[in-house]
Write a protein that binds this ligand. Structure first.
Ligand code: PMT
Length: 304
């Protein structure tokens, strides 16, 4: 792994993580680390080009809002510029279209259009409550190497929560990278011909995370596939290999409407009907409610 150098803001983020975890580690408070969005694989040290993936961070950003509703404190570790909780609802031009510019000149005021108040008000109220209570910490990464450093630093702080820590690993983490010593320093030149890029396997971070970093936490990973016939077998293979608690399987094409919860001895599907989707329901609401139930069950039966 290209782990030699931590990201430049690493120590600042480590301090933020430590403070956040210590501040909330009281009584029976629960905490969730959500990872969200894709990771990049740089093709040059001075990175102009990189390999990326499809993830927009919708799953992670939506889930963060639902975990806050369930009284979890949330570390939202996300890919820079991917979707974030609350603001995700107003992506693109949507926000501008909700506003009205009154007068122009020295007395200019801006108001929310009356028909948008009902949409904006509850989201703004939830955002303010989370901010004022200091219940959500935003940490961002870009490359797979940044992700690794931050994930490990977050786990160092979460270990003190024991089974009250929940890890919800929804980021689409790169499986391949170019080793640091094979990266050109400067931008690849097209004049030099077709580049020969030799990708190598990124070790699965789930392995040390489950066995060493947070051995008592409730760890949930996601499995993304495009071939439905291997979704459950691959999810179970992951559970057998890493020994964590739950894999949530989803298909690229249907990930907004259905998922499958896979444990060592069971699997069950959760889904939304067309009507529920048209009414604005989100599968992430259902996923989070079920994960919270499983985490509660785990806490009740947990023995050190
Ligand atoms: O962001 P959206 O557009 O809403 O999409 C959401 C999602 C489809 C990305 C999300 O629901 C999802 O499935 N995320 C996991 C995708 C993925 O990386 O699957 P995987 O099979 O490659 O990895 C399985 C698990 O191993 C993941 O939980 C990942 O955290 C972990 N992993 C992956 C690579 C790696 N080097 N180390 C890891 O530990």
């Amino acid at each position: 792994m290209p782990l030699i150098y931590p990201p430049s803001d690493f120590e600042d983020n480590r301090t933020l993580l430590k403070e956040f975890c210590e501040r909330h580690n009281k009584f029976d408070q629960r905490i969730v680390l959500i990872t969200s969005g894709g990771t990049t694989v740089p093709l040059e040290h001075n990175t102009v080009r990189f390999v990326d993936n499809f993830s927009a961070g919708t799953r992670g950003a939506a889930s963060a809002e639902y975990f806050l509703e369930h009284e979890y404190n949330v570390i939202f570790m996300h890919r820079l510029k991917s979707l974030e909780p609350f603001t995700r609802h107003f992506n693109g031009q949507k926000f501008m279209d909700m506003l009205e510019l009154n007068d122009r000149g020295p007395n200019t005021t801006i108001t929310v259009k009356p028909d948008s108040v009902d949409v904006l008000a509850p989201i703004l109220a939830s955002y303010k409550a989370a901010q004022e209570g200091g219940r959500i910490l935003y940490i961002n990464f870009t490359s797979v190497s940044d992700y690794f450093w931050l994930l490990r630093a977050a786990c160092e702080c979460l270990a003190a929560y024991g089974p009250r820590a929940l890890l919800y690993l929804a980021a689409a983490v790169s499986d391949f990278y170019v080793p640091s010593n094979q990266l050109p320093v400067h931008k690849l030149q097209s004049g030099a011909g077709v580049p020969n890029i030799n990708l190598q396997l990124v070790p699965k971070l789930l392995a040390p995370l489950v066995s060493l970093w947070v051995p008592h936490a409730y760890v949930v990973s996601f499995k993304l596939e495009t071939d439905e016939s291997i979704l459950i077998p691959k999810s179970r293979e992951s559970l057998n290999k890493y020994k964590h608690k739950l894999v949530i399987g989803n298909m690229l094409q249907t990930r907004r409407s259905k998922v499958v919860f896979v444990t060592l001895d069971s699997s069950y599907e959760l889904g939304l009907s067309r009507e529920q989707m048209l009414n604005g329901m989100e599968i992430d609401d259902t996923i989070v409610s079920n994960v919270v139930l499983n985490h509660t069950d785990f806490l009740q039966n947990h023995k050190y």
